[in-house]
Design a protein around this ligand. Structure first.
Ligand SMILES: NC(=O)c1ccc[n+]([C@@H]2O[C@H](COP(=O)([O-])OP(=O)(O)OC[C@H]3O[C@@H](n4cnc5c(N)ncnc54)[C@H](O)[C@@H]3O)[C@@H](O)[C@H]2O)c1
Length: 346
């Protein structure tokens, strides 16, 4: 483990419960405190020592965003597989450097967009693939909640450029949309700081074009009280009380699926007629701990038994889309992403 902060400690708890992993060491600049919290673990202040002396087969990188590329490149050069917390890196340039080194070394990578591992997400993908709602026409999505004043007081960077809900929160939703609905090929956006008056946005609206021709709208705010965030709808962690509400509507030629409830709206005999009644039907998916499921998947990737659900190349695409939405909100222009994807891959 490199970085035993908020999410690193969560990974350490999940690792301790997992039979297929053995913790050989932790690296954190805050070594003394981490050693006190993790009795029995070998703790290094310098992550390079961890790689040289503990010789792990794989590393979870949960350091600050700005260090992901440097940490990942060092692991790749040492032939170590990586599970890299999201976002893959802090810039597209550093992502390109990391991608090149991972490819050169032939190590396996998984980016920690943990939502991909939820059973509800897998069920949505399966229902769409089965054609339950026909071809997808569009998506209407919301992520809106009211962050408390303390959130900004304890970490003043959150009220400065780069600390707003586009880069912190929307990146998860962008990754989910790319994974569940399809690749995003163009974006437009508007942003506002009217509610809090910070240098960074508190609210934004984005238009999204998917490769499969579907269009989407996204409303994002950290200054509105609503039951519509993925965290509340999934009940994925105790910090965000469960609302049981869907924040996504995926609309197709033959019906609509709400997410995460998986409520489905269709007409009898597959009708496509605005004068016919529409009925809802429940779909069920179980609920699991996505961080444990992510570790299960990473184990299979390390062993060569599974293909990574999200190698660094794909994590960089979610970063690219999110950065483009922030840029579009500033420039007011539509941004076509296809050339940018191509530039990232070369
Ligand atoms: N997937 C998720 O649910 C999720 C949730 C929170 C954070 N994250 C991501 O995880 C990463 C860490 O976020 P966090 O909230 O845990 O941050 P954090 O600040 O709580 O933890 C970062 C840790 O890295 C350590 N660190 C700093 N410099 C280091 C270095 N040079 N070498 C080794 N360790 C170093 C710090 O001492 C700290 O313990 C970020 O990339 C963040 O985006 C993901």
């Amino acid at each position: 483990m490199i970085g035993a902060g908020l999410i690193g400690r969560k990974h350490l708890r999940k690792l301790a419960e997992h039979n297929d992993y053995e913790l050989v060491g932790i690296a954190d600049v805050n070594a003394e405190q981490v050693a006190a919290e993790q009795p029995g673990a070998r703790v290094f202040a310098d992550y390079r020592k961890l790689l040289d002396e503990a010789r792990p087969e794989a590393v979870i990188i949960a350091s600050p965003n700005q260090l992901h590329a440097e940490n990942g490149i060092a692991c790749a050069r040492a032939g170590i597989h990586i599970l890299l917390e999201k976002p893959v890196t802090d810039t597209l340039q550093s992502a390109a450097g990391l991608i090149a080194e991972v490819r050169k070394a032939g190590v396996r990578s998984l980016v920690g967009h943990h939502r991909r591992h939820h059973l509800q997400v897998k069920a949505l993908k399966a229902l769409l693939a089965q054609g339950r709602i026909g071809d997808v026409v569009g998506v209407s999505a919301i992520w809106a909640t009211h962050k408390p004043a303390d959130y900004f007081k304890v970490a003043p960077w959150r009220s400065q450029a780069g600390g707003g809900p586009i880069l912190i929160n929307l990146i998860h939703e962008v990754d989910f949309l790319r994974f569940a609905v399809g690749e995003i090929v163009a974006v437009e956006a508007m942003a506002s700081n009217r509610q809090r008056g910070f240098a960074v946005e508190d609210t934004a609206a984005a238009l999204i074009e998917f490769e499969n021709g579907a269009l989407g709208t996204f409303f994002l705010s950290d200054s509105a009280v609503t039951p519509w965030t993925m965290e509340q709808g999934l009940g994925e962690s105790p910090e965000f009380p469960f609302s049981r509400q869907s924040s996504y509507r995926v609309m197709g030629r033959r019906g609509t699926l709400e997410f995460p409830t998986l409520n489905q709206w269709t007409q009898a005999n597959d009708a496509q007629d605005w004068n016919k009644p529409i009925q809802s039907q429940a779909n069920h998916a179980g609920s699991i701990d996505p961080y444990t499921a992510q570790l299960d998947h990473f184990r299979d990737v390390i062993r060569g038994a599974a293909t990574s659900l999200q190698p660094v190349e794909d994590g960089a695409r979610s970063l690219l889309v999110t950065l483009a939405i922030a840029e579009a909100a500033t420039s007011g222009r539509r941004i076509d992403l296809r050339e940018r994807y191509a530039a990232l891959a070369t």
